[in-house]
Design a protein around this ligand. Structure first.
Ligand code: 13P
Length: 250
């Protein structure tokens, strides 16, 4: 059985103090509720270390939103996977569509980051998803398959990998993919993984859905056979909403 995984991607929100306050509240609730699902939060870089300290006891996992593919050196403004691991991160989100679209991340760059993060012992949440234009042109399957294949080039072992399917048109728009639309893409991702890594690896891979997940639609999405949790943006910034989504995941 795959363990459902819910991760809050805080994006560029919250100061260190605000992050610690939100993380403390989430840790208290998750620590008390002891949900069966795995829970993580991804604050901004400056807040990682402090947030890590207040969530550690609760089982909530610390995640970063990005990393660089080199260990150190002259890369002004960047943070390496090695530094994230040392800061207490369990997970790193890579290839988010905002990184791809706003910061020019190609699949090759994403692939280098994936390889480095896995080599540093981090678990990777690899984000894939089509734009509205791509969906309307009927090329969703091809786009998502290419992102999976290219993102995982030369990756031999995917036991520390999670894939997040995030249709770009559903991110921050309030427009969620229907459970059938999401399930169709998740099943196709799983079959791509089966082709690359075999049946057992595909069966074990967790595939999260992301894009306007909220308390009102979480349960129906998570109820689909190939949807193994969620990567939550806006709703993860509100304790009550995030907890309701965790409850929906069981
Ligand atoms: P929203 O939940 O705000 O749509 O964001 C989804 C997302 O991008 C998570 O990584």
């Amino acid at each position: 059985m795959r363990r459902t995984i819910i991760v809050g991607n805080w994006k560029m929100n919250n100061t260190i103090a605000e992050s610690v306050e939100l993380a403390t509240a989430i840790a208290e609730k998750v620590g008390a509720a002891k949900p069966e699902c795995e829970v993580g939060i991804a604050p901004t870089f400056p807040a990682l270390h402090e947030v890590g300290k207040v969530i550690e006891w609760s089982g909530v996992k610390l995640a970063a939103q990005n990393c660089h593919y080199e260990d150190d050196g002259a890369f002004t403004g960047e943070v390496s996977a090695r530094m994230l691991a040392a800061a207490g991160c369990s997970y790193v989100i890579l290839g988010h569509s905002e990184r791809r679209q706003l910061f020019g991340e190609t699949s090759d760059i994403v692939n280098r980051k994936v390889k480095k993060a896995l080599a540093e012992g981090l678990r990777v949440i690899l984000c894939v998803g089509e734009t509205l234009d791509e969906r309307e042109r009927g090329v969703t399957g091809e786009i998502v398959t290419a992102q999976v294949v290219e993102g995982l080039a030369e990756v031999a072992d995917i036991s520390n990998l999670v894939i997040a399917y995030e249709p770009v048109w559903a991110i921050g728009t309030g427009r969620t993919a229907t459970k059938e639309q999401a399930q169709e893409v998740h099943a196709s991702i799983r079959s791509t993984i089966e082709g690359l890594y075999g049946e057992q690896a595909a069966r074990h891979l967790r595939i999260q859905y992301g894009g306007s997940v909220k308390p009102s639609n979480a349960a129906e999405l998570f109820g689909m056979p190939d949807i193994d949790g969620g990567l939550i943006g806006g709703a993860s910034l509100k304790v009550e909403d995030f907890m309701a989504i965790i409850e929906a995941a069981g």
